[in-house]
Design a binder for this molecule. Structure first.
Ligand SMILES: [Cu+2]
Length: 395
């Protein structure tokens, strides 16, 4: 009763359940932390339950198959008409079309609202428009092709009364199903290409000055570095990394002296922001769903993402009627055991609020780092005076 095909299906099912166990670890680990043995036990109970259910289902299908086979043979022995499997399969196709169609409708209406929240950036609105256009076009094609596929399987199932029509080739059909998708896909790709170009443009548009912010991911936190009064971030070099200089900022570059560090990503509304993205150990991913921002943070390969927020945190709180609302920056790569903890608050504020906030941020160049770099000793008394003035700006 168990042949090689059934054995393969069993192996596939076990592998699938194995993946389930892996995924089930996240909520267990993210739990309250009490009674760690219990979730593991519950997981394994769940797995054995589904394995058992699958085996029972296999057994039931095999038994029904055998019963039908016996019924079929007895019909033939009594010279009665055997089961018409073409009709059975045809009806199954129609049932599949109706049940599957309803399932697609159900998942769209039930889970459709679980998609992304309202876009709060300029390019985010464009991405949503692209996504909606693609979804509508593919949905129309999906509905038409599925109805045709299953209806034709039912309507033109094998019948002794009918002879199949042989259609070797038709140029018109070939042209239609090549040219129409080619035009539609070209329009979608070109639309996407222009949006992507805005995001990855290295130079500012005319009359625009982006705020450069360094975002660095490491296991398991995000670090922010803001430019000081000069509006410029100093260079970085990983070989300069020490306990006091964790991001490896190069202080041979005078732009580094007034750089600031922050715990929250605060950005002014309607100003272009360029996030310079770094990783110090494994691949992380900067993900801010409201702004439709997502880009990998790759060790040794700096990336960047340019976007313009359009809705302040306060405006969003009023819109949602949720006074506790915060925009969030997540890590979107499963980068290790406490990956889920890798998030930061992002606050969109007015330009004056941003400037006021920036003025209160601590300098990256701490006293300990100054001592380590012997910054004070390496200068003449006159320079010392100047540099202490310059450094005083940071405090
Ligand atoms: Cu991460």
């Amino acid at each position: 009763m168990i042949d090689s095909k059934k054995l393969l299906s069993l192996i596939a099912a076990v592998m699938l359940l194995g993946t389930n166990v892996l995924m089930a670890q996240a909520p267990a680990a993210a739990g309250t932390g009490t009674a760690t043995d219990v979730p593991a036990q519950v997981n394994w109970m769940g797995i054995s339950y589904y394995v058992l259910l699958f085996l029972i289902l296999c057994f039931a299908v095999a038994v029904i198959g055998k019963i039908l086979k016996v019924y079929d043979l007895t019909q033939q022995m009594q010279n009665k008409r055997p089961v018409n499997w073409n009709n059975v399969m045809g009806i199954f196709c129609i049932v599949f079309l109706v049940v599957g169609g309803y399932g697609a409708y159900w998942s769209l209406t039930e889970q459709g609202s679980m998609t992304l929240p309202e876009a709060a950036s300029v390019h985010g609105v464009k991405i949503d428009a692209m996504f909606l256009t693609t979804t509508i076009i593919t949905m129309i094609v999906f509905v038409i092709t599925q109805i045709c596929l299953f209806w034709f399987l039912f309507r033109y199932r094998n019948s002794p009364k009918r002879k199949a029509y042989y259609l070797p080739h038709n140029n018109t059909i070939e042209k239609v199903w090549t040219i129409i998708p080619a035009i539609v896909l070209t329009v979608l790709v070109v639309f996407g290409f222009f949006t992507w170009q805005e995001i990855t443009n290295t130079t500012d548009a005319k009359g625009e000055s982006s705020i450069n912010i360094d975002v660095t991911g490491h296991q398991f936190a995000w670090e922010f570095r803001y430019p000081g009064k000069d509006g410029l971030l100093g260079r970085k070099n990983y070989t300069l990394t020490t306990a006091n200089n964790p991001r490896g900022v190069d202080f041979k570059d005078k732009n580094s002296f007034d750089d600031l560090k922050a715990d929250t990503l605060v950005i002014p509304v309607r100003r272009s922001v360029k996030l310079n993205i770094f990783a110090e150990d494994v691949i992380h991913s900067v993900y801010m769903p409201h702004f439709r921002v997502q880009l990998n943070a790759v060790p040794g390969l700096p990336t960047f993402f340019r976007f313009t927020p359009t809705i302040t945190t306060n405006e969003m709180r009023n819109k949602l009627g949720d006074p506790g609302f915060e925009y969030l920056l997540y890590c979107n790569k499963i980068c290790g055991s406490t990956h889920y903890n890798m998030k930061r608050i992002v606050r969109v504020v007015s330009e004056p609020e941003y400037n006021a906030w920036l003025a209160t941020q601590k300098p990256y160049l701490t006293d300990a780092l100054k001592t380590e770099l012997k910054l004070a000793d390496a200068t003449t008394p006159e320079q010392k005076d100047n540099s202490s003035k310059r450094l005083a700006l940071n405090n």
